[in-house]
Design a protein around this ligand. Structure first.
Ligand code: ATP
Ligand code: MG
Length: 630
């Protein structure tokens, strides 16, 4: 079926469309209703149905592919590599489920998972799903304050953690951060379950802390059946990346999520049972939830869990895994591609990538030069997809393999089936239907299966934050700014609070960044709007160069700055020209690789940079501070 018809049916004949997709998963009791839209914006999917995410990810595959690979663990940090078949994964998950139950975990309880990228983290997520406990995974790179606020919000019965993670060969102890997080939090879990990797010494608290190896040995052969949950029960909570402020606790259901993922594996990610999927994300992010753990396993695929950097031992490591495990689909982020772009492109050609059908990228705008670089280098289609923690799966992309040749670089594509995506004027609420009209990207309800149910414990915040920002309409705001071209392709221009207003012209930071990054010597750039007495705002650019020798002295830097400005003049017009283009060695980003424009902007305007708990490298912001204050 042509994609346009497929899409139309998903919107115009919603229930029939999703009833079909619901057949992709196994139900213990079939749903009685497809979409309950009686209380917007609290849409309920597949009410009356009973199912289980772990059953769909693991048990369901035992008969057809019990001995095939399910979880492929590769750590270039510790040199460990191990393949778990579906049968082995089934046994491990039951052990973990039995231990969680022995520690008092019951259906509906929260289990906070604060772990490095090790198999036990996946066992813990699936074990929670199995017994109907709600997991709250907290990215392992977060320190005690971020952790404490999430412990307080999730009020877990049990916390699962480990002695340490490892990054670039350096041991990062987790346990002291966890202890501090638990001390700072007013909520205290009943038990802490610890995986001892032997990387760092651990102090344990008697009565509270338990050793995974000891307890799992007691439950080696314990069988724990899947709890049949209501489709609308809660599967997990997960916090947004915190790029724009205080992270929001996204709450997701069971049945809708399972169906959405199963459908996306088929229609978007080209996943076939028995094939291998490789997502380079972290289980602490939504991509890790949907496309390291649940999506590939639900589809009967093997999934690679990779602990390590993209460039260690060298920049060929990912491609060597593609060759070794015959990866069919791969999912990564533009930020990772930009890291590779600074390395020798020969690594892209060194391995046999013939198994690879496509590389999917999401998380940040994929600028055209980066897309082209990786596309040419690998010789496989590169497919951008736009979504959010809130949605759980793609909102915009090019779905259905056959039409992939129509993908346009710089655009994540067209609305995904199930999503009624519109562009509206942010202050009048008027719908903008013409080509190239800029506005806020919004979603008209009902939101599709898999979409967030609410903000954890805060229905009011859900309605107020997401569904009340556009005057006169109850629509979901993505808080992203975009346009649609005459062919219906969307372009994301930046976040709504990143829009720059220069002398009355509204410009997306993304447009300027895209223009600058087309300069052959620019590896990466961040553009922010800075208050200006004359023009209201001016654009400021901070760029990382590919070849630092071009910055030899102050004169050379000025020359490059001039070139970049001219490039913006030529592509977007003088109005978009940054007031300054400054060169830094690294840009401030969140742990998930997103540019922290709000922090850069604050520093440029001499304000406090605000909540920086999610920043990856604080020295990056210091470089900018030094430049603007000099
Ligand atoms: P917070 O909501 O806490 O500020 P965040 O928005 O960065 O953090 P995520 O849910 O991880 O948290 O990121 C979703 C956002 O990432 C989108 O709203 C969009 O701004 C950006 N994004 C994701 N994919 C793409 C893409 N393919 N192209 C452009 N932007 C993207
Ligand atoms: Mg967001």
């Amino acid at each position: 079926m042509a994609y346009a018809d497929f899409y139309r049916r998903s919107i115009e004949d919603r229930d029939a469309f999703w009833a079909d997709q619901a057949k992709l998963i196994a139900w213990h009791v079939a749903p009685q209703q497809i979409c309950d839209a009686s209380r917007p914006p609290f849409y309920r999917w597949f009410a009356g149905g009973r199912t289980n995410l772990c059953h769909n990810a693991v048990d369901r595959h035992l008969s057809a592919r019990g001995d095939q690979a399910a979880l492929i663990y590769v750590s270039t940090e510790t040199g460990k590599e191990r393949v778990y078949s579906f049968r082995e994964l089934h046994a491990e998950v039951q052990r973990m489920a039995a231990v969680l139950q022995a520690l008092g975990t019951r259906q509906g309880d929260r289990v906070l998972i604060y772990m490095p990228m090790i198999p036990e983290a996946v066992f813990a997520m699936l074990a929670c799903a199995r017994i109907g406990a709600i997991h709250a995974v907290v990215f392992g790179g977060f320190a005690s304050h971020s952790l404490a606020s999430r412990i307080e919000d999730a009020t877990p019965r049990v916390v699962v953690s480990a002695d340490a993670g490892s990054r670039g060969g350096k041991v990062m102890p987790y346990k002291p951060l966890l202890d501090e997080g638990l001390r700072l939090s007013s909520h205290k879990p009943d038990a802490v379950l610890l995986v001892d990797r032997g990387l760092a010494p651990m102090e344990t608290v008697a009565g509270r802390d338990h050793d995974w190896a000891t307890l799992s040995a007691l439950h080696r052969d314990t069988q724990v059946p899947c709890a049949w949950l209501d489709a609308t029960d809660i599967s997990y909570t997960l916090y947004t990346s915190g790029t724009t402020g205080k992270p929001k606790g996204v709450q997701r259901d069971v049945g809708g999520y399972a169906v959405a993922l199963a459908a996306s594996m088929k229609h978007i990610f080209l996943g076939e049972p028995g094939e291998t999927y490789f997502s380079t994300s972290d289980i602490g992010w939504v991509v890790g939830h949907s496309y390291i753990v649940y999506g590939p396993l639900i589809a009967g695929m093997a999934t690679i869990l990779y602990e390590g950097l993209p460039i260690r031992p060298d920049a060929g490591i990912w491609w060597s895994l593609v060759e070794k495990y015959k990866v069919a689909s791969m999912f990564s982020a533009p930020t990772a591609v930009r890291v590779l772009k600074k390395q020798d492109p020969a690594f892209l050609k060194k391995y046999d990538l013939s198994s690879l059908k496509a590389l999917f990228l999401a998380g940040e705008p994929l600028d055209e030069p980066t897309a082209r670089w990786i596309n040419d280098g690998l010789g496989v289609p590169v497919i951008d997809n736009y979504w959010q923690t809130e949605s759980g799966w793609p909102i915009l992309t090019i779905a259905n393999g056959v039409e992939r040749q129509h993908s346009k670089f710089g655009s994540p594509g067209v609305p995904v089936y199930g999503y009624d995506v519109r562009i509206v004027h942010e202050s009048t609420g008027e719908e903008l239907t013409g080509p190239d009209q800029k506005g806020v990207v919004v979603i008209e309800g009902p939101t599709p299966p898999g979409f967030m149910q609410t903000v954890w414990k805060d229905d009011e915040r859900f309605v107020k934050t997401y569904w009340s920002s556009i005057p006169g309409r109850q629509v979901y705001s993505t808080f992203d700014w975009g346009i649609r071209d005459e062919d219906g392709y969307f372009y994301i221009l930046g976040r709504t609070d990143d829009v720059i207003n220069v002398a009355g012209h509204r410009l997306g930071t993304r447009e300027i960044e895209e223009s600058i990054s087309s300069h052959p010597n620019i590896a990466e750039v961040a553009v922010v709007g800075v208050a200006d007495a004359l023009k209201g705002q001016v654009a400021m650019a901070f760029a990382v160069v590919k070849d630092a020798s071009a910055l030899g002295d102050a004169k050379a830097a000025l020359k490059l700055e001039g070139e970049v400005m001219k490039l913006v003049d030529d592509t977007l017009g003088a109005v978009a020209r940054p007031a300054r283009v400054r060169f830094v060695t690294v840009l401030p980003k969140t742990r998930s690789g997103k540019l922290l424009r709000r922090a850069i902007q604050a520093v440029c305007e001499g304000r406090d940079a605000g909540d920086l708990t999610t920043i990856e490298d604080p020295t990056a912001l210091q470089q900018i501070k030094d430049l603007v204050q000099a």
